[in-house]
Ligand binder design. Structure first.
Ligand SMILES: Nc1ncnc2c1ncn2[C@@H]1O[C@H](COP(=O)(O)OP(=O)(O)OP(=O)(O)O)[C@@H](O)[C@H]1O
Ligand SMILES: [Mg+2]
Length: 224
């Protein structure tokens, strides 16, 4: 297993009340496997994804990414783990507007400081080629359509050869046809490079493209 989460509990304080979002959720994802997580709005899907990626500590439970116990390692190792093992894709792209497309893709690699500029550039170009945007590398994100911006975000997520891709409604802002095209790129890239993936989606048809589907319901993950 590349990723396991056991007995995850997460609640938020609302004044005197406690909002219990996750109540013992668990999952396991094998190397190269894709898992879709569906569930109603507010069920806790984004919360779960952040917890899986080391971005939000649960009150209880354990997340293992490979051999790393995500919330037991030092914060330095945790930062490094996020940079090297996990690629995030969000609904709203999160590209840096002042950088061009290639720089956006290269960014996670720059943070690692173990590749020289040429290697970074080559990897960035290879990924832009793979998402059909080789010709747009010098453009600013605002000059691209939503679907194109999301393809840049996919390329950026894969820059450091992560073992795991976490995608939160990656087609939520796109029309159906563009969304399907972005998913085609996402699935073909994750298959080619052998990444495991957890994909959060509202859409059953999108979910069905993953190897497995689970539903987040009443704070638990159940087979869907
Ligand atoms: N920082 C926070 N403080 C308080 N409540 C929060 C916080 N973050 C999330 N919540 C609440 O937790 C619940 C789950 O939120 P989450 O964003 O995980 O849902 P979701 O399943 O991703 O929904 P959607 O499908 O709409 O994206 C919501 O009721 C939300 O209001
Ligand atoms: Mg969400």
């Amino acid at each position: 297993m590349i990723l396991t989460a056991e007995n995850i509990h997460k609640s938020y304080r609302m004044g005197h009340a406690e909002l219990r979002i996750l109540r013992g959720a668990g999952l396991a994802v094998g190397d190269g496997e894709s898992l879709a997580v569906i569930g109603m709005s507010g069920a806790g899907k984004s919360t779960l994804l952040h917890i899986l990626g080391g971005l939000d500590r649960p009150q209880q439970g354990r997340v293992m990414l490979g051999e790393d116990d995500v919330y037991a390692i030092s914060s330095r190792r945790q930062t490094r783990m996020r940079a090297t093992q996990v690629g995030f894709v969000f609904q709203s792209y999160h590209l840096l507007p002042e950088m061009d497309v290639l720089e956006n893709v290269m960014l996670p690699g720059m943070a690692l400081r173990h590749w020289d500029g040429k290697t970074l550039r080559e990897r960035g170009r290879e990924l832009l080629q793979a998402v059909g945007l080789a010709e747009r590398q010098g453009h600013r994100p605002v000059e691209l359509s939503g679907g194109e911006q999301q393809r840049v975000a996919l390329a950026r997520a894969l820059m450091n050869h992560p073992r795991l891709v976490l995608a939160d409604e990656p087609t939520g802002n796109l029309d159906e046809e563009t969304g399907r095209q972005v998913l085609d790129y996402l699935f073909s890239l994750t298959r080619k490079e052998g990444h495991a993936m957890v994909l959060v989606t509202h859409d059953r048809r999108t979910a069905a493209r993953c190897d497995r589907v689970m539903k987040l319901q009443d704070g638990l993950l159940v087979p869907a």
